[in-house]
Design a protein around this ligand. Sequence first.
Ligand code: ADP
Ligand code: MG
Ligand code: ZN
Length: 734
Amino acid sequence: MVQTEQLQDELRSALKEVFGYSQFRGNQEAIIRNLMSGKNTFVIMPTGAGKSLCYQLPAIVMPGTAIVISPLIALMKNQVDQLNAFGVNAQFLNSTLTKSELNRVKKETLNGQVKLLYVAPESLTKDDNIAFLKDAKISFVAVDEAHCISEWGHDFRPEYRRIKTIVDQIGNFPIIALTATATPKVQADIQKNLHMEEADIFKSSFNRTNLHYEVRPKIDAQKQLIRFIKNHKGKSGIVYCLSRKKVEEIAELLTVNDIKALPYHAGLDADVRIKNQDAFLNEDVDVVVATIAFGMGIDKPDVRFVVHYDTPKSLEGYYQETGRAGRDGLEGFCLMFYSPEDITKLEKFNKDKSVTERENAKLLLSEMAAYAESSVCRRRQLLHYFGEVYNDNLCKEGGGCDNCNLPKEKSFEAKEWLLLLLQTVHETGQRFGADHLINILRGTTEQYVLSYGHEKLPVFKKGEALTEQEWKSIIRQAMLYGYLDKDLENLLSFKISEKGYAFMERPTPVTFTKDHDYTGAETELIADDSENAAHGGAYDETLYEMLRNLRRKVARQKNLPPYVIFQEPSLEEMATTYPTTIQELAQVNGVGLSKAQKFGKPFVDMIANYVAENDITTAADVVVKSTVNKSKTKIFIIQQIDRKVDLEEIAEAKNLSLAEVIEEIEHICYSGTKLNLDYYIDQMLEEDAQEAIYDYFLHAETDNIKVALQALDDEFTEEELRLMRIKFLSELAM
Ligand code: ADP
Ligand code: MG
Ligand code: ZN
């Protein structure tokens, strides 16, 4: 007894002295005591709950060195830095060390100075490392991110499978395994592999009360993303994308839109990765755009949002990644963009895998899709996935979710359907999966149905009023609300739970919800035209009409054709992004600063009034500036024209056609740079020809070139007309 109290005091004072915390969180103390009494210990806690302390603290108070096995070099560095900052001697052993650094680490370990030695699994398997560790005094072995052992986990590392064998060669010490993975399958795999079936398990609830979950259709996602981040201005956040290419693109997109962001993915050099990670940790940048290579074990407590720009591959991974938000217990917004197309694309990526891997990946994806499409409380779904029973008020009391705020129309009375479903499960002996049950319910005379004689059941065809999708959704909800359980022996079939039988005996009203409809959501996984980003989406038609009228009025006053003032696509964009200052207006495609200054005042005034009257949150901050960098060519063209170089020559120098050069020049002009092409036009067209065309544009209804060609009886070439149009616009509109 005296001993326990002593230990308790010792642990508490170390907690306070070293880490500055006055209390343990959750099970931390019990876990530490269990480990220190020499027992194998298995810790399952959600991300951000404080797993590291469970091995860091005992390592500090116990004699000798603790070996910490950890999958990522970035993660080790982060923890070692933090521990060093607390004055703890922690070191790492991995492939980035030089020979002399390695020798120093070994020496300090052998003479007992090092309290925690972080080792990558690759380094652990090296013979000379094993030899040296045999000579060291080891207190215990910690296996962090232990789900890496399991191929059912989301980032399986084959080397993790050898840990136990190697540890046995080094000596006999207790093992503490830690993971944020809560699926029973992964847990069983970890225990089996580390030969710690007898370990004491410490599992805490996975509910992250402070996180808010939301799924949005992936429509105009770039603009949505920029708007979202600008609404969280100055806050730290992570944006996850599935591919390296996408990471680079989105990081650049954010940067040109004045958001401080850096990319992070495994394709970057190690030093760039470390630099970018540090920039994020030190808050030199607000946002890291990353593949899932980023974030594991990285402890930035005040990450305020995590965005999944692409639909993730599994709920498991999704939950880990969202878990990086709000570790400090304050707000954390988890936003995911979902598109069924993304799921299809991801399925295609799996085609080269082995059959079992493919089947497994497919299952994970279908669970992901079900989560996104369902309009059942997100938290309920997530916790159910992790095998937790859910208390109805959890979501509303905490961070909430989009589905909990859904309008009433989404829900429907499901009593009859649920009863029908349970009867079908019952009458078929609780041996069948969703597809078969749905075939019976909808009356599909498919061969399996016939071979079991299930077309003769009274329930056959009773559910034909609902679609296959609707039935799938009902089956999922029957599970989520505990009427059906998965059969643990045969994961594809269902068993009726006690609650289910109680319901069958005395059916009571049940409210289920209709799935979301994501048709129309786009995918950007492969093809992506960021250039068009600003043109997508519907514009505000009322405002558009008002702007057109205004344009007509201004044109009349100035005695110019309306299109000289602003072109129609520009008006559409104004009616989408609501620019209310000349600066913002200048960002609109086809406007440019000089035009904005010359004509813009009445337009921005009108928009400002409109925005105020209609209580619109101005979206002017989400003008998506394109990342497509053609500026080099543009600058070249401007310089050459200044030097009066012939357009053909410019074309040749840049390997473009004349038409392409003219197109570039048009872009340059429309975005507000004045160009004087007289030197070229004068040698191409007689003066009276020039006048005729000029006069035409001055009185024409439209500046469309096809129309102009016809109206001028095909007397001129398209190039000539386009160049004259540029001259005309440059002189009158800027
Ligand atoms: P996990 O590995 O479980 O994802 P971490 O070990 O990185 O989580 O810890 C998450 C955060 O919780 C860190 O900021 C850590 O300093 C903090 N933390 C851990 N234990 C305590 C405690 N007892 N009191 C206060 N904060 C704690
Ligand atoms: Mg951790
Ligand atoms: Zn909810």
